[in-house]
Design a protein. Structure first.
Lengths: 560, 879
C-alpha cells in the first residue's frame, strides 16, 4: 500500500495491530459460506474458536467461547446445543442450492447494528454543561439468543455522579439481568449520607412518596422485571436499614461503597435463592439468578473523580489524546481470569495447597469457569449440601436441568468465587477524552489501542486523520487516486454512525486486515444464523462515555 | 516558487532606480531591507496592490496620460494570487461585459511581450469546453453565439473533433464541445511584471514592501494614504488589494464596503509525460467534472471548483491560516477523480505538487470595480472570482477610463461596486455566499437562477403571510421578493430538477396570475423598491431636481412623473417615478438595486444645503401593487372614496385611508401598464391593509401574484426596466421616451446637450420589441437575454430582456437594434424605416427564430380594458 519510501510517507495505511478475525482461518473471508460447506465440521469448529480466543490462548475446544467448559462426559445435552445445531445447520446448507448466497444491503446492516443503540447527552444549564460527562453512547450486538449481556446507566440524584456499567452473563441471562437492575441501587444507597437514608426510610415507613435515588438512562429494550421489584426492594430496604443502624458517622468513601454494594448484592442474590419465595414464578426466578452468573464492570464518575469497580473479565479503558493529537489507551481495570497472575495467585492463597493443581485447569476456575470473579454462580460458592438441598426443594424445572445438578469436580473448599470488585481510582485530566466500558466480546476482537484510535477519531470527526503530503516522493495520479478513495471509504463509515458504540461494533465485526470496515464481511458476520453466530463472535456490549475537557480543566485549575 | 524563478526581472532595467535596488534585495530575502527610494510626499493616484489588477490599472492610467502615479505593494510585485494563478486566458464568459474584458485582455497580452520586452509566456493554445449533458451543450451554444457576433472565432464541435484537438481526452461521456481557438496561456506573474515595466517606463513609481495601513478621507474625498513608510497625499486611491481589499476598505475612518471573501483554490502540477505534452495543446475545461486542464511544461496543470469550498480569512488576515495553506489531497480527491475520468491515460503521470492558492469571490460571481459611494476618489478593482488573468487587462482599462473620463467606455453596471451596499458586507453573509458562488463557477447557469445562501435578510412585514400562501422567493439587493405563488396541492420540481433552458415548470402558475391581473385584480408586494424623499424649506428641492432629472417635475401637487436621471451623455443613471407630495417635497421610487448608486449620485450632486434634505425611506414603507381592472373597486370599497378615473386619474398620488389605516400613499401607477394602484403603507399598517385588501378583494377574485407575472406584463407592454434594458449608455431618445424629457421647455438639465444633439442627428441604436414568430413555447429553447438579433441576416444587436406574453401567446424579446455599416462596421443612424424595413431573427443558442420588430406596443390588444386617459401608455403613442 505504501507508494513511496522515506520517513514522510504519503501512504498511511494503518495496519491493524491485531490479528485478522477470519482470514487466519480461511483464505479469504469472501468465501465464508462455500468454505463451510466444503470443510469438515470439526475443523471449522476449532478454527472458529481459535480465532475467537487467540488473546486468551485457550484450548481449541468447541466450547471455549463459552464461559463454562464442562467435563467431556457429554452428558449435558443442553450444553451441546451449539455443536448439534451447527451440525444440523451445515447439513441443511449442504442440500441448499449452491447459488444461495445472500448479502445484507448497507441499510439492512445498519438496521441490525443500530437496533440497540442509545445515546444520552447530559443536559446543559444556562448554556453550560457543568458535568464532567458530556454524555454517553451505548449499544449491544447479540450473538447469543437471547443476548446474555446487559448494560445500565443512571445519574445519582441524591448524591453527585453518574453510574455506568456493563454486565456479561453466563449460563443464561438471569443473573446479568438482576445485577443490571439492582446493582446501581445498592451503590447509590451505599453512597447516601445518613440523613438521606433516614429520610428515605421514614418516607417508606409512613407511606410517603420516596425521594428518587436514580435517574435511569435506558434503551427501550433494557427492561426491568416487574414481578421481582417488590422482592428486590425489600432486600434493598433491609440493606439501607442496616446501614442506618451501622451509622459509622464517617463520610462515605466511594471505593468502600462500591465494594460493599457489590458484595451485598451478591449476598442478597444468594440469600434470596436459599430462602425461596412462595410465588412459584419468583421462586424459580431467584434460583435462576443465583445459578447463572454475571461479571460487572461499573464506572462512577463524579467531577474529576473516576472509580471503576470491576468483577470479572469485562473491561474499562480510558481514551487519552496525546499532545500530538494521537490516541492512546489506558486500562482502568484488570481482567479477573487465568491470564491475570495476581488473580491466579489470589485464588490459590484462598484454598489449601492440596487443591493447587485442580483450582485452575485449562485456564479456567476448576477447569470450568473463565472469569475468576462473578455475581451469582452459587455452584462455585455454596457448599455441596446447600446446593443439593436447594435443588431438591426447588421447582421441577430446576431439577430437570442437568447443569444445575452438576457439581464441579474437585469441589472441596467453597466458596471458590467472589463478587468482590477490584476498584481503580483515576483522577480525570483534560487529555482524558473518553471511557470505554465493554464486555469481552469487544476486547476479543479488538486491541485496546485500536479501540482508542477508532473512538477518538470518531469523536473528533476524523480531524486528525493525518493529511497526505507528496513532498518530494514519486507518486502517480493513479496511486494518489486509489489512496484517496480508500481514505474516503474510511471516513464515510464514520459518518454512517451517530453513535460511537455502534461505530466501534461496526469495526469490531467488520474490520478487514487493513483495519477498515469491509461491508461484505460485515454483512456475512451479521447474517450468520443464530446457532452459528456464537461460534464467530460473542455478545458485544459497549458504553462510550465522553468527557468534557473544559469542565475537567476548570476543576483542575480550581484546585491549583 | 517555480513561477517566480521563471519570471524574468528585465522590467527593472527600464528604470535605473530599480537596478540599484535589485541586487541588495535578492541577496537577503528574509530580513527587512532598507528602501533606497523614499516614498513621494504626494501623488495624483496611489494604487495599492501589485498583482495583475493593480499593474493593469497603473499601465492603463499611464497610457492615458496620467503620470503622477504611485503603485504600492506590501510584498513583491505579482507575488500574491497572481503568482499562483493558472494563467489561462479564456474568453468564454456568459456575461457580455466580462466577455469584452477577457477579449481585450487577450489582445493586450498578445502584444505585451513585443511592447515591453518582458517574456510573458503568451501561447495561443485555444480552449476546449466540454459538455457531458445536453443542457451544458446548450449553455455552450449560447456563449458561442455571443462570441461569434463579437468576431471571436469559435465553434461547436463533436466529441470526435474534440479528441482530434486533444488526444488525451476520454470522449465517451461527452455530447459535444466548444472550441475557442484564440484562447491563450500566459505566465501570469510575468504578464503582471510586463505591465509594471511598461507603466514604470511611463513614469509610474513602483514601491514594493510598502503596505498601506489606511486611506484618509475628508469631506467625502480621498486626501491621502498612510503607509508603513509614511504618508502620501493623493487625490485618487485605487484599492487593488485582491483578497485583502475587504480589510483595507474597512481600515479607514470612513469604511468602504468591498464585499469579497477568499476561498482556498487547489490545482495540481505534474512532471512531464513520458512524451512531453505539446505546449500548443488546447486548455480543456470540463465544467460538468468541475475541472480545467492545461498543458504545463510537458506535464499538466489541473484544478477545479469543488462543491464544498473551503472559505478562509473570514476573520481577516490570519497568520495561522496563511501558514496552514497546505495541500489538501482529501479535499482535492473528487477533482482528481474527474481528471482521471477525463484523461485516463494520465494514471501513471507523476505528481509534482498540489498548489493551494486562495482566490477571492464576490456575492454574485462578478468582479467589483468603480468608485466608492462614500468616498470620492476611492476606486476599487478586486474580487476577480478566479479569473483575474482573463479579466485583468480589460478591467484595468475600464477602471482607468472611469478615473480619467468620469465613466468607462462601456456599461459596467453589472460590475459596479455600487450594486452592493453595506448589507452585503457581513462576514457571515460573505462566508456563506462564497461557498455557494465558488461551486457555481462550474454549475450550469440557467435562466432565473437564485442564490440560496445569505437569504431572508431584508423582508417585507408580509413575508410570513405570503410564504404561508405558497410564495416562492427570489432575492434582489438582499430583499426577498415573490416570484410566484404555488397553489395549494400543486408541487413544483425541486431546485436541481427545475433547472432548464426550456419551458419552466411554473409556466401555468404565472399564466393564471397574469390572467387574474388582466381580468380581476392581483396583489404584488413590491416593498423592495428604493424610496427616497427629497424636501426643502424653500424651492431648493424643485430647483435641484429639475436640473438632475430629465422630465419636468414642476407639476401640480399630487401628480406622479416618470423621469430619467441622466448623465452628461444623456444616458440613464436611474429611471424613476417621482411624486410631488407638496410644493416642496418629492417622493421618489427607483429600482431596488439603485439604493446605493442613486443615493451616491444625488448626494454628490445636490448642494450641501441644510435647507435641503434627502432621506432614504425604503424601510419605512411596504408597497402593495394592486394590478387589474377591479383594483378600483377594491380600493374604493376600502376607503369610501371614489377611485374612478374622473376622481383619481392615472399618474396621481394621494394620501388616504385604507381600512382603519390612515396616511396610506396611493399612487395610480402599476409599473406594468395595466390599470391599478400602488399603496405605500407605513410598515406598522402593512399587515392590516394587506388583510383588508385580501378580504375585500375576495368578491372581485383577488389573488396574490409575483414578479414573474409583473415581468410578463411589463415586457408585453414594451416597458423598459432600468438595470435590465436601460443603462448609462441608453438615452430616452433611443428607447422612445422623448416625451419624458423636457427638451422643449428651455430648462437646463443634466444630459440636455447630448439629447438635443441626438434629436437633431438621430440615434445610433433603438429599443425595439420583437415578437417571436415560429417559436414553439413547449418545444423550443426559451429566450432569456443577451441573444443576438439579426436583421436581414446581419448582426444588429442583442436582446436585453424577454418574457412569454400570455396575451399574445408568443414570446416577446426587448432589445437594441444598431445599424453597422456593411463595410466599415461603423455605427450609423437608426431610423424608424430602418427598423420597420427588415427581416429579423433572434439567435437562441445557435438556433434562429423569426421575429417581428415593433417600435410601439400593441395598443389595440389592450385598449378594451384600458381607460381613456391612461397616460402611462399614451405617452408612447404621441411621439
Amino acid at each position: 500500500m505504501c507508494v513511496c519510501p522515506g520517513p514522510r510517507r504519503i501512504a498511511i495505511p494503518v495496519r491493524s495491530s491485531r490479528l485478522p478475525l477470519l482470514s487466519d482461518a480461511m483464505p479469504a473471508p469472501a468465501h465464508l459460506f462455500p468454505l463451510i460447506r466444503n470443510c469438515e465440521i470439526s475443523r471449522i469448529g476449532s478454527t472458529a474458536c481459535y480465532c475467537h480466543h487467540r488473546h486468551l490462548c485457550c484450548l481449541p475446544s468447541h466450547f471455549a467461547h463459552s464461559h463454562f467448559r464442562y467435563a467431556p462426559q457429554k452428558k449435558f445435552a443442553a450444553l451441546y446445543r451449539p455443536k448439534e445445531n451447527f451440525n444440523h445447520f451445515i447439513h441443511t446448507r449442504d442440500h441448499a442450492s449452491a447459488s444461495q448466497r445472500f448479502y445484507l444491503t448497507p441499510p439492512q446492516v445498519n438496521s441490525i447494528l443500530k437496533a440497540n443503540e442509545y445515546s444520552f447527552k447530559v443536559p446543559e444549564f444556562d448554556g453550560k454543561n457543568v458535568s464532567s460527562v458530556l454524555g454517553f453512547d451505548s449499544n449491544q450486538l447479540p450473538a447469543n439468543a437471547p443476548i446474555e449481556d446487559r448494560r445500565s446507566a443512571a445519574t445519582c440524584l441524591q448524591t453527585r455522579g453518574m453510574l455506568l456499567g456493563v454486565f456479561d452473563g453466563h449460563a443464561g441471562c438471569a443473573c446479568a439481568q438482576a445485577v443490571s437492575e439492582r446493582l446501581f441501587y445498592y451503590i447509590a444507597v451505599s453512597l447516601l449520607p445518613h440523613e438521606t437514608l433516614l429520610e428515605i426510610e421514614n418516607a417508606v415507613e409512613s407511606g410517603r412518596a420516596l425521594l428518587p435515588i436514580l435517574q435511569w438512562h435506558k434503551h427501550p429494550n433494557d427492561y426491568f422485571s416487574k414481578e421481582a421489584s417488590k422482592l428486590y426492594f425489600n432486600s434493598l430496604r433491609t440493606y439501607w436499614q442496616e446501614l442506618i443502624d451501622l451509622n459509622s458517622g464517617e463520610t462515605t468513601d466511594v471505593r468502600e461503597a462500591l465494594i460493599n454494594a457489590f458484595k451485598r448484592l451478591d449476598n442478597d442474590i444468594s440469600l434470596e435463592a436459599q430462602v425461596g419465595d412462595p410465588n412459584s414464578f419468583l421462586n424459580y426466578l431467584v434460583l435462576r439468578v443465583a445459578f447463572s452468573g454475571a461479571t460487572a464492570c461499573v464506572a462512577h464518575v463524579d467531577g474529576v473523580d473516576l472509580h471503576i469497580a470491576n468483577t470479572g473479565d469485562s473491561r474499562a479503558m480510558l481514551g487519552v489524546q496525546e499532545e500530538d493529537g494521537s490516541w492512546s489507551a489506558v486500562n482502568l481495570s484488570y481482567d479477573h481470569n487465568a491470564q491475570n497472575e495476581h488473580e491466579v495467585e489470589r485464588v490459590k492463597t484462598e484454598h489449601p495447597k492440596s487443591e493447587e493443581k485442580t483450582l485452575v485447569k485449562q485456564d479456567r476456575l476448576l477447569g470450568l469457569l473463565m472469569p475468576f470473579r462473578a455475581f451469582g454462580d452459587v455452584k462455585f460458592k455454596w457448599s455441596i449440601e446447600l446446593q443439593k438441598r436447594v435443588i431438591e426443594s426447588g421447582p421441577d424445572q430446576l431439577n430437570d436441568n442437568e447443569y444445575t445438578k452438576f457439581i464441579p469436580p474437585n469441589y472441596h473448599t467453597p466458596p471458590y468465587l467472589t463478587a468482590e470488585p477490584e476498584v481503580i481510582y483515576h483522577k480525570l485530566r483534560p487529555q482524558d477524552k473518553f471511557l470505554v466500558l465493554a464486555t469481552d466480546g469487544l476486547w476479543e476482537t479488538m486491541h485496546r489501542q485500536d479501540v482508542a484510535r477508532i473512538v477518538g477519531e470518531y469523536l473528533t470527526g476524523v480531524h486528525h486523520q493525518q493529511p497526505i503530503a507528496v513532498g518530494g516522493y514519486k507518486v502517480t495520479l493513479g496511486q494518489m487516486h486509489g489512496l484517496l478513495t480508500e481514505r474516503r471509504a474510511r471516513i464515510s463509515s464514520v459518518f454512517e454512525d451517530q453513535n460511537a458504540a455502534t461505530h466501534l461494533i461496526r469495526h469490531a465485526v467488520g474490520n478487514n486486515e487493513f483495519g477498515t470496515v469491509d461491508h461484505e464481511r460485515l454483512s456475512k458476520m451479521l447474517s450468520l444464523p443464530e446457532e452459528l453466530a456464537r461460534m464467530y463472535r460473542d455478545d458485544i456490549t459497549i458504553i462510550v462515555v465522553q468527557f468534557n475537557s473544559h469542565v475537567i480543566g476548570a476543576c483542575q485549575n480550581e484546585e491549583l | 516558487m517555480f513561477l517566480r524563478v521563471l519570471s524574468d526581472i528585465q522590467w527593472r532595467a527600464a528604470n535605473p532606480k530599480w537596478r540599484r535596488m535589485t541586487s541588495s534585495r535578492r541577496s537577503t530575502s528574509t530580513t527587512a531591507e532598507p528602501h533606497p527610494v523614499s516614498l513621494p510626499a504626494q501623488a495624483q493616484v496611489v494604487i495599492c496592490g501589485g498583482g495583475i489588477t493593480g499593474t493593469s490599472v497603473a499601465y492603463h492610467l499611464s497610457k492615458m496620460g496620467w503620470k503622477d502615479i504611485v503603485l504600492l505593494e506590501q510584498g513583491r510585485l505579482a507575488a500574491g494570487t497572481t503568482r499562483f494563478c493558472a494563467g489561462i486566458v479564456s474568453t468564454a464568459r456568459p456575461v457580455s461585459i466580462e466577455l469584452k474584458m477577457a477579449h481585450y485582455s487577450n489582445k493586450l497580452y498578445q502584444q505585451l511581450e513585443q511592447e515591453t520586452g518582458v517574456p510573458t509566456g503568451y501561447t495561443k493554445t485555444g480552449s476546449l469546453s466540454l459538455a457531458q449533458t445536453q443542457d451544458r451543450l446548450i449553455s455552450l451554444k449560447r456563449i458561442a453565439s455571443s462570441l461569434s457576433v463579437m468576431g471571436i472565432p469559435c465553434e461547436i464541435i463533436t466529441p470526435k473533433q474534440a479528441v482530434q484537438l486533444h488526444p488525451l481526452i476520454n470522449i465517451h461521456d461527452l455530447v459535444g464541445a466548444m472550441y475557442v481557438p484564440e484562447d491563450a496561456l500566459v505566465t501570469s506573474a510575468n504578464v503582471s511584471l510586463a505591465l509594471a515595466t511598461a507603466a514604470s517606463r511611463n513614469g509610474v513609481q513602483i514601491h514594493e514592501r510598502t503596505s498601506v495601513s489606511h486611506v484618509t478621507v475628508q469631506k467625502g474625498r480621498v486626501t491621502g494614504v498612510e503607509t508603513d513608510r509614511g504618508r502620501i497625499q493623493c487625490q485618487y486611491f485605487v484599492n487593488c488589494a485582491g483578497q485583502w481589499a475587504y480589510e483595507l476598505g474597512h481600515s479607514g475612518e470612513v469604511p468602504v464596503h468591498i464585499p469579497l471573501h477568499a476561498c482556498e483554490h487547489f490545482y495540481l502540477l505534474t512532471h512531464p509525460l513520458a512524451e512531453p505534452l505539446s505546449s500548443s495543446l488546447p486548455t480543456v475545461v470540463d465544467p460538468d467534472g468541475r475541472i480545467y486542464i492545461r498543458n504545463w511544461q510537458g506535464g499538466i496543470l489541473s484544478g477545479g471548483f469543488e462543491k464544498n469550498p473551503k472559505p478562509l480569512f473570514t476573520e481577516g488576515r490570519n497568520q495561522l491560516e496563511i501558514q496552514n495553506l497546505q495541500e489538501d489531497w482529501d479535499h482535492f480527491g473528487p477533482l482528481l477523480s474527474a481528471l482521471l475520468r477525463r484523461m485516463p491515460g494520465l494514471e501513471a503521470l507523476q505528481i509534482l505538487q498540489l498548489v493551494n492558492c486562495p482566490e477571492s469571490f464576490t456575492p454574485d460571481m462578478r468582479c467589483i470595480m468603480g468608485e466608492s459611494p462614500t468616498a470620492r476618489g476611492y476606486f476599487v478593482l478586486a474580487g476577480m472570482n478566479s479569473a483575474g488573468i482573463s479579466y485583468g487587462g480589460g478591467a484595468g482599462k475600464y477602471l482607468a477610463e472611469w478615473m480619467v473620463n468620469g465613466y468607462p467606455s462601456d456599461n459596467v453596471w453589472p460590475l459596479d461596486l455600487k450594486r452592493f451596499g453595506t448589507l452585503q458586507s457581513s462576514r457571515t453573509f460573505l462566508r456563506h455566499r462564497v461557498m455557494e458562488v465558488m461551486p457555481l463557477m462550474c454549475d450550469l447557469k440557467v435562466p432565473r437562477w437564485d442564490f440560496q445562501t445569505g437569504r431572508q435578510l431584508r423582508t417585507s412585514p408580509l413575508y410570513d403571510r405570503l410564504d404561508a400562501q405558497g410564495a416562492r422567493w427570489m432575492e434582489k439587493h438582499g430583499f426577498e421578493r415573490v416570484k410566484y405563488f404555488v397553489p395549494p396541492g400543486k408541487d413544483l420540481l425541486d431546485l436541481d430538477h427545475s433547472k432548464t433552458f426550456y419551458k419552466p415548470d411554473w409556466f401555468d402558475i404565472v399564466g393564471a396570475e397574469v390572467k387574474c391581473c388582466k381580468e380581476a385584480v392581483c396583489v404584488i408586494d413590491m416593498s423592495s423598491f428604493t424610496k427616497f424623499e427629497i424636501s426643502s424649506t424653500g424651492d431648493e428641492a424643485l430647483e435641484n431636481l429639475q436640473y438632475l432629472f430629465s422630465n419636468d417635475l414642476d407639476v401640480p401637487v399630487g401628480h406622479v412623473v416618470h423621469t430619467g436621471m441622466l448623465n452628461e451623455k444623456g444616458g440613464y443613471e436611474n429611471d424613476c417615478s417621482i411624486a410631488r407630495l407638496s410644493k416642496r417635497s418629492f417622493f421618489m421610487i427607483s429600482p431596488t438595486d439603485q439604493q446605493v448608486h442613486c443615493w451616491a449620485w444625488l448626494k454628490n450632486r445636490l448642494p450641501d444645503d441644510s435647507n435641503l434634505t434627502l432621506e432614504d425611506v425604503t424601510w419605512k414603507y411596504t408597497a402593495l401593487n394592486l394590478i387589474g381592472p377591479r383594483a378600483v373597486d377594491v380600493l374604493s370599497e376600502l376607503s369610501y372614496a371614489p377611485m374612478t378615473a374622473e376622481h383619481f386619474p392615472s399618474l396621481f398620488c394621494k394620501e388616504m385611508s385604507v381600512g382603519y389605516a390612515n396616511g396610506i400613499r396611493v399612487m395610480s401607477i402599476t409599473h406594468t401598464g395595466e390599470p391599478g394602484f400602488v399603496l405605500y403603507i407605513p410598515i406598522e399598517y402593512a399587515l392590516h391593509v394587506y388583510n383588508e385588501v385580501m378580504n375585500m378583494g375576495q368578491k372581485y377574485g383577488i389573488r396574490n401574484a409575483g414578479y414573474y407575472a409583473l415581468r410578463s406584463l411589463r415586457i408585453e407592454k414594451f416597458f423598459a426596466f432600468w438595470g435590465q434594458d436601460l443603462d448609462a449608455f441608453t438615452t430616452p431618445m433611443e428607447c422612445g421616451r422623448e416625451f419624458q424629457v423636457k427638451l422643449e421647455k428651455g430648462m437646463d438639465f443634466v444630459g440636455q446637450e447630448a439629447l438635443l444633439e441626438q434629436k437633431q442627428n438621430g440615434v445610433y441604436k433603438r429599443f425595439t420589441m420583437f415578437i417571436l414568430e415560429d417559436h414553439d413555447t413547449d418545444m423550443d429553447l426559451w429566450p432569456w437575454w443577451g441573444e443576438p438579433i439579426f436583421r436581414n441576416g446581419r448582426y444588429v444587436g442583442k436582446t436585453t430582456s424577454s418574457a412569454y406574453s400570455y396575451t399574445l401567446e408568443r414570446h416577446v424579446c426587448l432589445g437594441f437594434v444598431h445599424n453597422f455599416d456593411e463595410k466599415t462596421g461603423e455605427e450609423l443612424v437608426v431610423t424608424t424605416d430602418f427598423i420597420n424595413q427588415g427581416e429579423y431573427e433572434i439567435d437562441i443558442a445557435g438556433q434562429r427564430f423569426q421575429a417581428k420588430a415593433k417600435l410601439y406596443p400593441f395598443s389595440s390588444l389592450f385598449t378594451q380594458r384600458r381607460r381613456k386617459d391612461e397616460v402611462e401608455l399614451s405617452g408612447y403613442q404621441t411621439e
